[in-house]
Design a protein around this ligand. Structure first.
Ligand code: HEM
Length: 153
């Protein structure tokens, strides 16, 4: 084989080898799975901070505070954090009631529920959670509306 042909062959084989190396690398970066939702929400720590802020606001906002008399706010925010973390596939253990049982005696109306959803949105925004992660959490919580809202108000 003459030297120019030999050179061309070596070049071809080298570029094939490079391609063989580069393809799996490209596949790796594009197919990396998204982190679990609780991590997209800033992890357990941020979910706890958001829950504390929510309970603080829910228990003082004139539109939502009426059901919080005599409730232990510290215990409630820990329970809310565990619930949200679990809904977001986090490593938390939720030991509280079902949403139906927890809210059964409160006679909550749709407007109270919407206000709480808005408070949750605000707190997720304030802590820099992405729109996509926020919307996914809200999408997962939406079905609980029918268990929580039991009155017209
Ligand atoms: C997406 C909406 C909501 C979620 C995910 C949620 C979640 C929770 C959780 C996890 C608990 C604790 C249950 C337990 O530890 O057994 C709870 C209790 C409670 N929630 Fe909600 N909640 C929501 C909406 C609301 C709304 C709209 C209000 C009132 C405006 C409200 C008021 C309360 C109160 C007062 C308790 C304590 C009940 C008691 O200890 O007797 N919640 N909620």
């Amino acid at each position: 084989m003459s030297p120019p042909h030999l050179l061309a062959r070596i070049r071809r084989q080298l570029s094939l080898a490079l391609l063989a190396l580069a393809l799996p690398l490209a596949a790796c970066t594009s197919a990396a799975p998204a982190p679990p939702l609780y991590q997209q929400l800033g992890g357990v720590e941020n979910i706890e901070a958001v829950s504390r802020a929510m309970i603080q606001r829910m228990s003082t906002d004139p539109r939502t505070k009426r059901t919080f008399d005599g409730i232990n706010l510290r215990t409630l925010s820990a329970s809310l954090a565990a619930h949200l973390c679990k809904v977001a596939d986090g490593p938390c253990v939720y030991e509280g009631e079902t949403m139906r049982n927890a809210h059964a005696d409160l006679g909550l109306g749709g407007s109270e529920f919407e206000t709480v959803v808005q408070i949750l949105r605000d707190e997720l925004d304030r802590t820099g959670v992405s729109q996509a992660a926020k919307n996914e959490l809200l999408r997962r919580l939406a079905p609980s509306r029918r268990d929580i809202v039991t009155a017209d108000r």
